[in-house]
Design a protein around this ligand. Structure first.
Ligand SMILES: Cc1c2[nH]c(c1CCC(=O)O)Cc1[nH]c(c(CCC(=O)O)c1C)Cc1[nH]c(c(CCC(=O)O)c1C)Cc1[nH]c(c(C)c1CCC(=O)O)C2
Length: 355
């Protein structure tokens, strides 16, 4: 083999997350964590107290940027995720939204054609959401050069489940009921959220988000044709619209608890990466999902509470299982408030110092 003295041309972007999303296998996978800014961090709790409540924190760009940066300073994650919430879209479309301490979100509901007609048009969301874009602009100035900024939104089905029930539900019963009883209203709601999501994510990208992620936390309750129609189809529509405007911005899709339906999801939707929950084994996902491109996940969040050798072993097993292809290390779902930051540090050391 002849030696070429010229430096290798840069074939892929320098940031580790963007390289993984471009399909590059890396000896050490880049790492970030769902809900990495959150109540398990004392500095988050202090800033949240300063904001007064969760929604004020989301809508105060300096403070939202501050909590986004906290886990980057503390742990040096490869990506920062914009601090906001998937339920800001329903609020921007005109629903009331509030959070009950210890219980979670509450919204005014939409279940009738009249209530659908009373929603604001998708273009109106920017009035409410412009502080979020300002947070993105601050972050793109203040993040370390090597850190990738991820924007996000909820996927239409998951967002609609909250808009229909007015709260989180275990089985998404009210949303399934509306889907089966009044298809036109249900589809109209999915379409409105889809249009708003395209505008919202485009605005995040224009403000400086380098990657966007679609959270479909309740995709697992959609079966058969419903999964195609209400998980895959809206994601495909959103991704196609984003790729038309911003062809170089990668999209991560998270159809949580999709099980077998993770297979082919990237191809079916155009996503650059599929995020995996922890109900699928990494070996299965490497064979069946990673064959199509980058995957993200899938450590059980409970390890951030329990720690110890079990955490180290589970982390190593995931890194090993995905080591033959593009992988972003992450949890299978959000870190919980009872997690110990020391366990997060142990997970990161285990990933970076090798298995
Ligand atoms: C379903 C969903 C929501 N929000 C989100 C989802 C999808 C992901 C998932 O399945 O967890 C997504 C989300 N929520 C939040 C982020 C910020 C970025 C990050 O991941 O760090 C992101 C990406 C902040 C948040 N969103 C929320 C908090 C806790 C609020 C607080 O500080 O009191 C945070 C940090 C509140 C929230 N927001 C939501 C619920 C059900 C709750 C209450 C439950 C809880 O308290 O954990 C809706």
């Amino acid at each position: 083999m002849t030696q070429d003295p010229r430096p290798e041309p840069q074939k892929s972007p320098a940031k580790t997350i963007l390289r993984a999303l471009a399909g590059e296998r890396q000896p050490v996978p880049p790492i970030w964590m769902m809900r990495q800014a959150g109540r398990y961090l004392p500095e988050y709790r202090a800033t949240r107290a300063q904001a007064g409540d969760f929604l004020s924190l989301c809508y105060t760009p300096d403070l939202a940027a501050e909590v986004t940066l906290q886990p980057i300073r503390r742990f040096g994650f490869d990506a920062a995720i914009l601090f906001a919430d998937i339920l800001l879209i329903p609020q921007a479309l005109g629903l009331d939204l509030w959070f009950v301490t210890g219980e979670g979100p509450r919204l005014s509901t939409i279940t009738t054609p009249d209530e659908l007609a009373a929603l604001k048009p998708a273009e109106a969301i920017h009035e409410t959401l412009s502080p979020v874009y300002e947070t993105v602009r601050i972050l793109s100035r203040e993040l370390p050069r090597e850190t990738t900024l991820i924007g996000f939104a909820g996927a239409p089905w998951t967002v609609a489940t909250y808009m229909i029930a007015g709260r989180g539900t275990r089985d998404q019963g009210p949303a399934h009921a509306l889907k089966d009883a009044d298809r036109a209203t249900f589809q109209g709601l999915i379409d409105r959220v889809t249009e708003a999501t395209i505008l919202y994510l485009s605005a995040q990208i224009e403000a400086g988000a380098e990657v966007v992620k679609l959270f479909d936390s309740w995709a697992g309750s959609l079966r058969g044709q419903d999964f195609d129609d209400f998980a895959a189809a809206p994601a495909r529509r959103i991704i196609a619209a984003l790729k038309e405007r911003h062809p170089d911005v990668p999209v991560i899709a998270f159809p949580r608890e999709a099980g077998d339906r993770y297979v082919g999801f990237a191809k079916a939707t155009g996503a650059d990466c599929v995020a995996l929950d922890n109900s699928v084994s990494a070996e299965w996902a490497a064979r069946n999902v990673q064959v199509d491109g980058c995957v993200q996940g899938n450590l059980a969040p409970g390890h951030m509470v329990t720690g110890g050798q079990a955490l180290v072993d589970a982390t190593r097993a995931i890194v090993r299982a995905f080591s033959n292809g593009p992988h972003i290390f992450n949890l299978g779902h959000g870190i919980t408030p009872d997690a110990d930051p020391e366990n997060v540090a142990l997970m990161i050391r285990t990933v970076r110092e090798g298995a």
